[in-house]
Design a protein around this ligand. Structure first.
Ligand SMILES: *[C@@H]1O[C@H](CO)[C@@H](O)[C@H](O)[C@H]1NC(C)=O
Ligand SMILES: *[C@@H]1O[C@H](CO)[C@@H](O)[C@H](O)[C@H]1NC(C)=O
Length: 269
């Protein structure tokens, strides 16, 4: 039980460490994959994928808040950026920290910063707690999203045509049918193994006692790998094993998205 509590605690401490005392909390946001729903002109939207930074504003779980795209001027956004009215500012990675770019974007009136990576990878943009802040900032800072180079260039094309972007993090449902399925598979495997094992053992014992009566062979247990466990231990084993599987599944799922999205644009066209 305490193991479960510990695991849950681990899961929530990151999201509890919100921005405190007007200081920028560099690790206040759980890294997650976000969808960037981009429209340009009157055509249909295209979904791209990116990674939300561990600082700045979190994004919602549902689409419905499209904002205008604008390319940052200067493109690296390391010095004051040309004013925009709200909207999402697209800047290139490099020459200064993500935090500085985000501060410049806020200074320009932007609501959001999309960072175009220099290559096809994506990772979680973060900041360092001891980074000196020279500008005046209002918390929370704009949301920061990193996209790969090729995705970034497509988004910049949309920005050139006054397109919009709607960023959201699709939420995993609290209860997932596959959890139940996994649990059933785990229990069925253990139970099936136990019954099969017991059946085998019974057969062997029966055969060996038959032989014993006729030919006086060694008692059955001498040549069987018999493990004596009682019912409580067996039940406990099933519970512990299924709990471990569940935990593995729950914890993996958060990071598997992240791992398989190394080349996210492969999923979007
Ligand atoms: C990037 O930084 C270097 C050195 O700090 C500077 O020489 C260069 O002009 C900067 N590039 C841009 C595009 O601002
Ligand atoms: C980034 O993408 C653009 C447009 O697809 C391409 O011209 C450029 O060479 C790419 N840069 C890198 C570093 O891959």
């Amino acid at each position: 039980m305490s193991r479960v509590k510990f695991a849950l605690l681990l899961l929530f401490t990151t999201s509890l460490a919100e921005e405190q005392d007007g200081k920028i909390a560099c690790n206040s946001i759980t890294p997650k994959t976000v969808v960037l729903r981009v429209t340009k002109g009157t055509s249909d939207y295209i979904d791209y994928y990116g990674i939300l930074a561990s600082f700045g504003t979190d994004v919602g779980g549902k689409p419905g808040n499209p904002i205008t795209l604008a390319a940052a001027k200067p493109p690296l956004a390391c010095s004051p950026v040309e004013k925009v009215e709200g909207g999402s500012i697209v800047a290139h990675r490099g020459n200064c920290t993500f935090l500085q770019k985000d501060i410049e974007v806020q200074g320009a009136g932007g609501e959001q910063l999309i960072v175009v990576n220099t290559d096809e990878d994506v990772f979680t943009p973060s900041c360092s707690d001891d980074e000196p802040i020279t500008a005046k900032v209002t918390l929370p800072l704009p949301a920061v999203i990193m996209v790969s180079n090729s995705t970034g260039w497509k988004i910049l094309e949309a920005a050139a045509e006054h397109g919009t972007v709607d960023v959201f993090a699709p939420v995993n449902p609290r209860f997932d049918g596959s959890l139940l399925l996994m649990w059933l598979v785990a229990v069925a495997t253990v139970a099936g193994g136990a019954f099969w094992g017991a059946y085998d053992t019974k057969q062997l014992i029966r055969r060996s006692t038959d032989t014993q009566e006729n030919c006086e062979m060694a008692p059955a247990e001498d040549f069987l790998d018999v493990v004596h466990i009682n019912e409580t231990a067996a039940a406990l084993f099933v519970v512990v094993a299924s709990t471990m599987l569940l935990l593995l599944f729950v914890f993996m799922s958060k990071y598997t998205d992240y791992l398989i999205l190394v080349h996210p644009e492969a999923l979007s066209s």
